[in-house]
Design a protein around this ligand. Structure first.
Ligand SMILES: [Zn+2]
Ligand SMILES: [Zn+2]
Length: 140
């Protein structure tokens, strides 16, 4: 792994007060700047290429602690949890046909009428529909 990147991921772990392990670094490397929203299973399958003997439980634990410390966020859609490595504020579009997850940018003008004196700790917005790819396929 490139030393500069390695440092970047190590810093991220340190900032979250997590021990630095090769497996944790590899998870961060695999999904850095990716638009993917993998399930734990998918992360496990990719991680296995480098760590053939890594168990599913270990991968679950890594993702769980990452989510707990705010390094990633969880998405509770469908049967399996998906993980998002982009923790900046954005919504998601989920295709009812192919299941693909798309990021949706949100501008600052979005207005919600929240009840007064409540404290928001987390916002999750999901749009469900049919993606362009699936719609295009239908037309043919
Ligand atoms: Zn689709
Ligand atoms: Zn996302």
């Amino acid at each position: 792994m490139n030393k500069k990147l390695l440092n970047k991921y190590a810093e991220r772990l340190k900032a979250a007060e997590l021990k630095i392990t090769p497996q944790r670094l590899e998870v961060l490397r695999l999904y850095d700047n990716s638009m993917l929203h993998p399930t734990a299973d998918e992360v496990w399958r990719r991680l296995r290429r480098k760590f053939p003997s890594i168990s599913k439980a270990t991968v679950y634990n890594i993702l769980e602690i990452f989510a707990e410390r705010g390094i990633i966020s969880t998405m509770d859609i469908g049967k399996e949890a998906h993980f998002d490595f982009d923790t900046s504020f954005h919504a998601h579009f989920i295709c009812n046909r192919c299941g693909k997850i798309y990021d949706v940018k949100i501008d600052e003008n979005l207005h919600f009428c929240l009840p007064e004196e409540h404290r928001v700790e987390n916002i999750k917005i999901y749009f469900y529909g049919i993606c362009k790819n699936c719609l295009d396929r239908e037309k043919k």
